[in-house]
Design a protein around this ligand. Structure first.
Ligand SMILES: Cc1cc2nc3c(=O)[nH]c(=O)nc-3n(C[C@H](O)[C@H](O)[C@H](O)COP(=O)(O)O)c2cc1C
Ligand code: SF4
Length: 475
């Protein structure tokens, strides 16, 4: 591997020198403050929601619901950990399907009348755990991420893709066995699906969630519609048509659940789908079409924020103030979405130092924040910073590059890292996520997700041995 591991950058000077070497300008504070002095402990009122600090837990599913879509003890454990994390914004917990054909796997949690009480208890237990540890919850905001997985749906069998794409895409169609237009969601089907999102939001309201995230990221349906330049009809082609899905969902929810608040998680740029090259290092798939990348510059490898910025303006028009930025897709270009040193078993060796991927997301988010200062931006992709995450988090928050620092993988291995940072406790280095990608490799191979290398609970599970075998075979 050509890139130095983060753990080998022992001092602040080492880290800054590495950034210089890569030509990356990424702010990082040498001293991280704690308590009320810390910018990360500042609260914000956003659209009437009182968010007590600048850490957010990003949505992360565990492939561990029941076949009916109810949470299990494993799901509950993850939500408990979100509650004790110390973050005051919980972005949706995890992707929750609005109906059966939109589930990304047969164990994805699904919201409907039968599952309502169980999903409500996820929220109440998270609040209880937070209250036990931190004494108050009046500044804790918890939403639910609503999704339809579109072309990445696998609702009935983990090993059987049942894609419902929004448009054709040669590189991605090939991987999913899509040969014609028969699985494409029609306009009428999308209209029905809009009603399903509205019904799901009404249930989320009943379950006490403060906001719903209308998911537009990672190649799932909402995101694919944004790039649907080839799709005919009222949901494709023009920017207006490509955002109709979101606009109609929002209008429907406003009419039926007037107290519900909104948020949108969106991939603000996308690159070509990648695949392993001869030496296993990722290369762009030659079948890729650069016109199909929302926020792409037409080269398939660069960013143009013109449309994403227009999307932010639309959110404002719709009265949505909460935005979570992410990038690309874990299925086809994970190095831009969740920078990692070790790829998942179905991935490729990183084609760039993962720090480049971290900086790319941070700078794209900062640019949108500069253009839309009145939106509240949550950023993603910080986990790869590892030991340097707190210093970068403080620097980007204090320089106004982002409003809240979103944490994904890091809270699987180190659930209460935000609490430790905010209280000034020494960070526990042995809990720092080193981006081994087991939490992605496991579900790609039909195993529940979790931090097998570092979380003692998952370390002790029988699934770990099977996962290790799979990893050995994929080397
Ligand atoms: C196991 C796992 C499950 C995930 N599930 C979701 C999800 O349900 N919804 C979503 O929007 N993102 C999901 N993500 C992406 C994360 O929210 C986040 O964007 C990504 O991990 C990058 O942030 P990080 O560098 O802090 O890990 C998932 C990531 C992982 C590792
Ligand atoms: S399995 Fe654990 S250490 Fe590996 S990437 Fe996931 S959270 Fe990080």
């Amino acid at each position: 591997m050509a890139y130095p591991r983060i753990a080998s950058l022992k001092t602040y000077a080492d880290f800054v020198a590495r950034l210089d070497e890569l030509g990356i300008t990424l702010p990082c504070d040498a001293d991280v403050m704690s308590g009320n002095d810390s910018v990360l402990s500042q609260s914000n009122v956003v659209d009437g929601m009182n968010i007590g600090n600048r850490f957010c837990i990003l949505p992360m599913e565990g492939w561990d619901g029941t076949r009916e879509g109810k949470p299990t003890d494993l799901t509950r454990r993850r939500w408990h950990n979100f509650g004790i994390s110390g973050a005051k914004l919980i972005w949706g917990g995890e992707a929750v399907a609005v109906r059966q054909d939109g589930r990304a796997n047969p164990n994805q949690v699904m919201i409907n009348d039968q599952n309502l009480n169980a999903i409500e208890s996820l929220r109440t237990e998270l609040f209880d755990k937070h209250a036990e540890r931190f004494g108050k919850t009046d500044d804790l905001v918890v939403g639910l991420q609503l999704t339809h997985s579109g072309r990445f749906a696998r609702p009935n069998d983990k090993s059987k893709a049942e894609p419902r794409p929004a448009q054709r895409n040669e590189a991605l169609d090939k991987k999913l066995g899509i040969k014609d237009d028969s699985a494409m969601l029609t306009d009428d089907e999308l209209s029905t699906l809009i009603d399903d999102f509205v019904a799901a939001a009404v249930l989320a309201d009943k379950a006490g969630f403060t906001f719903v995230d209308i998911k537009h990221c990672h190649g799932y349906l909402g995101h694919e519609l944004l790039s649907g330049v080839d799709r005919p009809g009222k949901f494709g082609g023009s920017f207006e048509n490509r955002t109709r899905f979101l606009r109609d969902i929002v209008a429907g929810i406003r009419a039926t659940a007037p107290n519900m608040k909104f948020a949108v998680r969106v991939s603000i740029f996308d690159f070509f789908p990648f695949k392993p090259g001869d030496d296993k290092v990722g290369v762009p798939d030659p079948l890729s079409d650069p016109r199909l990348e929302f926020g792409g510059d037409g080269s398939g490898m660069g960013i143009d924020l013109t449309e994403p910025s227009k999307f932010m303006a639309l959110l404002k028009e719709l009265g949505i103030a909460l935005v979570c930025t992410t990038a690309g897709s874990p299925y086809y270009n994970p190095h831009i979405q969740r920078p990692a040193y070790f790829p998942p078993s179905d991935g490729y060796q990183p084609p760039e130092d993962p720090l480049v991927g971290v900086a790319r997301q941070i700078h794209a988010t900062a640019e949108l924040k500069r253009q839309h200062p009145d939106l509240f931006f949550v950023g993603s992709g910080y986990t790869y910073l590892q030991d340097w995450l707190p210093g970068v988090a403080q620097a980007v928050a204090s320089q106004g590059m982002v409003d809240s620092v979103g944490l994904g993988r890091m809270v699987l291995s180190y659930p209460d890292m935000p609490a430790d940072i905010l209280s000034g406790d020494i960070m526990s280095r042995k809990k720092i996520c080193r981006t081994f990608s087991d939490c992605t490799t496991a579900p790609r191979n039909g195993i529940i997700s979790g931090c097998y290398p570092l979380d003692p609970f998952y370390k002790a599970m029988p699934e770990r041995a099977a996962l290790n075998e799979i990893k050995k075979a994929s080397v």
